[in-house]
Design a protein around this ligand. Structure first.
Ligand code: F6R
Ligand code: ZN
Length: 185
């Protein structure tokens, strides 16, 4: 049988070494109501890139998996670190695995009951996101945070259920990374 060379991921920068990569950039202007400091968010040019997701092409349907890497830029809106929008899966019971590739940050996880926890993301860290758990990446470092994700193609995204926001926000205050509980977003 022929031996196939599969796509690779470059450990140095987290980019896929494959053709037919699909990429999507999320800019500041896309993240309405995501950051706490609305004035600071408005002051940022709307086309400021915040994160990029690159995805391999894979079959879709029951039992199939997506593979994608998120590259989250370093930066802050006011004193709050750049982060992804974050979501539950549309199919709530579907889990996901994240794998840290470069940079340093946090993975914010939150149950349907609103219980939040944070996991440290670093090159080589493995994160098991169970079903029924919302998830968001936060870049607390000074370089790009890249993390590879694998998730069922049937999972889908539900952003609306988090319109109230997550229960934790992460800031740089007095030179320290500080996670704070917040009431409503
Ligand atoms: C897929 C997944 C990631 C995120 C990506 C961008 O289920 O968790 O690939 O989609 O990190 O974050 P969102 O989708 O929250 O804008
Ligand atoms: Zn997900």
């Amino acid at each position: 049988v022929p031996v196939i060379v599969p796509p690779g991921v470059a450990f140095l920068n987290g980019h896929f070494t494959a053709e037919n990569i699909i990429t999507k950039t999320t800019r500041s202007g896309d993240l309405v109501g995501v950051f706490q400091d609305d004035a600071a968010w408005r002051a940022l040019p709307a086309d400021t890139p915040i994160y990029q997701v690159e995805m391999l092409q894979s079959p879709q349907g029951e039992g199939e998996l997506f593979v994608g890497t998120t590259h989250l830029n370093p930066g802050r809106v006011g004193d709050e670190f750049y982060m992804t929008r974050g979501h539950f899966h549309q199919r709530r019971e579907q889990g996901e695995v994240y794998f840290g590739l470069r940079g340093s940050g946090l993975l914010l996880l939150q149950s349907e009951q609103g219980e939040a926890r944070l996991e440290q993301v670093s090159p080589g860290s493995v994160h098991i996101i169970p079903g029924n758990t919302a998830h968001r990446l936060i870049n607390t470092g000074s370089e790009v945070l890249s993390a590879l994700a694998v998730w069922p193609t049937i999972a889908g995204h539900d952003y609306a259920s988090l319109a109230q926001g997550f229960k934790q926000r992460v800031f740089l205050r007095e030179g320290k990374i500080q996670a704070k509980e917040v009431q409503n977003g």
